[in-house]
Design a protein around this ligand. Structure first.
Ligand code: AMP
Ligand code: MG
Length: 341
């Protein structure tokens, strides 16, 4: 017995195709291929990124099928991330998915990108009910599952954590590239510094605000006269931002009494953040989990796996009605595969 689903990711800078299966009762990721748009300068330009996805899409699709050793005819369904994300980018993935679904007569499964980041983290760590911390270029939130949805306990009120680090690195001339050998430019720069500068630490209830921190850090960076002084700003920015996230995570953990903590999303690749959250979790007798690099950033495997879960619960959409949703929140999605509570 096997069920195999192909998933397409194109919400932002990454075009990814993953293939996930349940074969003789065992879940597995059969392929996870991607191509990433890297702007020459500045941030992500949605139209440029979408052109990249159009150019690379067919090649990535072909590689994924070859890697998994399957043909499109072998698939049970086509899944696609319909949101949240950048309109022009989302539409490339949606168009390819609609075409594959119609042409090959395969059911089309809509997937929420944020739900997929959580589900892949649960799959690779074998978790059933963690406190979720989801931090990426476009999202920063803390969630738990309750009554068959993810419920948001706290989130950023303005810019996401990944965006904070990326914008700072770019504005002070350290990026792009944003990440070198798995390290963010802000971490590399933080190693030049040793002194902590007070920067705005803003928590409102269980929500976070990073925009004042960004403005203040950029102001301090402008004053820096050498690498050591810039290093002090990077160090202080990182520590302030991460400590804010740890504080709201700790409050959510204490409140919910969860025994597992899961960090997911692109920023889950950060060693400093992982170590802080690991320590905090231990203090509350909870076990800490993160996602391996391959599944931390945007990827097709997480869409395929979540699509497979949805497919098994008959969640489909007509290709002609598969519209993209740029602002599709995590907590708007009903998830029948979550356990009863
Ligand atoms: P995503 O949007 O999920 O693809 O994640 C991309 C975000 O993750 C970007 O903001 C990256 O800068 C961030 N990111 C990737 N690797 C690291 C790292 N090692 N430390 C901090 N942020 C990272
Ligand atoms: Mg993402």
């Amino acid at each position: 017995m096997k069920t195999i689903v192909l998933g397409i990711e194109s919400t932002s800078h990454t075009f990814g195709v993953g293939i996930a299966g349940i074969i003789d009762g065992k879940p597995s990721i059969l392929a996870n291929e991607k191509a990433q748009y890297v702007p020459e300068k500045g941030g992500i330009h949605p139209r440029e990124a979408s052109l990249h996805h159009m150019r690379e899409g067919p090649r990535v699709l072909k590689r994924a099928l070859e890697k998994a050793g399957v043909k499109i005819d072998d698939l049970d369904a086509i899944a696609v991330a319909l949101g949240p994300g950048l309109g022009p980018c989302l539409r490339v993935g949606a168009s390819i998915a609609r075409f594959l679904s119609s042409y090959y007569s395969k059911p089309l499964v809509p997937v929420n990108h944020a739900v997929a980041h959580v589900e892949i983290g649960k799959l690779v760590n074998n978790l059933s009910d963690p406190l979720v911390i989801y931090v990426s270029g476009g999202n920063t939130l803390i969630a738990i599952q309750r009554r068959k949805r993810y419920r948001v306990l706290g989130e950023t009120l303005d810019i996401p954590l990944g965006n904070l680090l990326d914008t700072f690195a770019r504005e002070v001339g350290l990026a792009p590239p944003y990440v070198v050998k798995g390290m963010h430019q802000v971490d590399i720069c933080a190693e030049w510094g040793s002194e902590f500068i007070d920067l705005p630490y803003t928590i409102k209830g269980n929500d976070l605000s990073f925009s004042g921190l960004l403005t203040a850090a950029l102001r301090e960076a402008k004053k820096a006269k050498n690498r050591r002084e810039l290093g002090n700003v990077c160090l202080s920015l990182r520590e302030t931002a991460f400590n804010m996230l740890v504080e709201v995570s700790e409050r959510a953990l204490a409140l919910t009494g969860k025994k597992e903590v899961l960090l997911t999303g692109g920023v889950a690749a950060n060693e400093v953040l992982n170590s802080k959250l690991d320590k905090m979790s231990r203090l509350h007798d909870a076990k800490y989990y993160t996602v391996p690099l391959e599944y931390a950033g945007d990827n097709g495997a997480m869409i395929a796996w979540t699509g497979l879960l949805a497919y098994l619960h008959n969640i489909f959409v007509d290709p002609e009605k598969a519209f993209v949703r740029q602002r599709w929140r995590l907590d708007e999605v009903d998830l029948p595969w979550l356990p009863e509570d």
